[in-house]
Design a protein around this ligand. Structure first.
Ligand code: BEZ
Length: 250
């Protein structure tokens, strides 16, 4: 079975925009001193540390042991736990999640676990890929798998819902949605698209041989070039964020 793996060094060198662009979400969280906050999909802990620095008690969870290890080196309280197996009960004033929920395809289970983890009236603040996110990247990847049947089937590992879809999941679980919005956010890549694919899409190609992986990357680069590259801006990923604030009803 293919599965995504995380190279912390490559991530920190080439994808530092992920936590850096988290400031508006931190503002929506508005952490208060001594609040207890769960950072769901904490990654390397950069934003977890910022929340802690507001004077909060923060626990970070992530399904990647490599990322959790990096976060622990920042002195954070973190553990390896996937979003669909949360085990907390009415402990947190808020659950925060940046750029992680699109990896958690068992979305109903995830939202139910968040609901359970929150105190009554607790808030769930998140931002992740929404409807139309990385449309060019997904289309090109899918087309390449179709054009090279020897690569096998393309299994899309991501979940990018619309406002209506995600609002329904939140509401049916017992949240009141206070705010939810799709925000197109074209995101310049520090390095090239091949590096982005190596960091974020390795789970899609890890069943291929090394030669097939090289072929995939070269093919993707040349097909994406006319779509998301320009001389003036370089490579720009077509990100669309779904940002929301929801309150647990009771
Ligand atoms: C995102 O942040 O939207 C994203 C990042 C990597 C893969 C898929 C989506």
């Amino acid at each position: 079975m293919s599965s995504q793996s995380w190279d912390v060094q490559q991530y920190q060198e080439s994808a530092s925009f992920v936590p850096q662009l988290g400031t508006p979400l931190l503002q929506l969280l508005a952490p208060q001193k001594q609040e207890k906050i769960l950072d769901l999909g904490c990654g390397d802990g950069k934003l977890t540390l910022e929340i802690k620095n507001y004077g909060c008690e923060v626990i970070g969870v992530d399904s990647s042991a490599e990322m959790v290890n990096a976060a622990q080196k920042l002195g954070l309280n973190t553990e390896v736990l996937s979003g669909d197996s949360l085990k907390f009960k009415e402990e947190f004033d808020a659950v925060f999640s940046n750029a992680a929920l699109h990896w958690m395809v068992n979305k109903n289970q995830v939202v139910a676990g968040v609901y359970k983890a929150l105190k009554p009236q607790g808030r769930f603040i998140g931002e992740f890929g929404g409807e139309g996110n990385i449309k060019h990247l997904v289309t090109v990847i899918s087309d390449i798998f179709q054009d090279f049947p020897e690569f096998g089937d393309f299994k899309n590992p991501w979940y990018f819902p619309s406002v209506a879809e995600y609002s329904e999941i939140l509401t049916e679980t017992g949240f009141t949605v206070e705010y939810i919005e799709l925000i197109p956010r074209p995101t310049p890549l520090k390095n090239d698209v091949i590096q982005w694919l190596r960091i974020f899409a390795n789970g899609i190609t890890n069943n291929l041989t090394k030669e097939q992986q090289q072929k995939f990357l070269k093919e993707a680069e040349s097909r994406l070039y006319p779509l998301i590259y320009s001389k003036s801006e370089g490579w720009v990923a077509d990100y669309v964020r779904l940002r929301f604030k929801a309150i647990k009803n009771s």
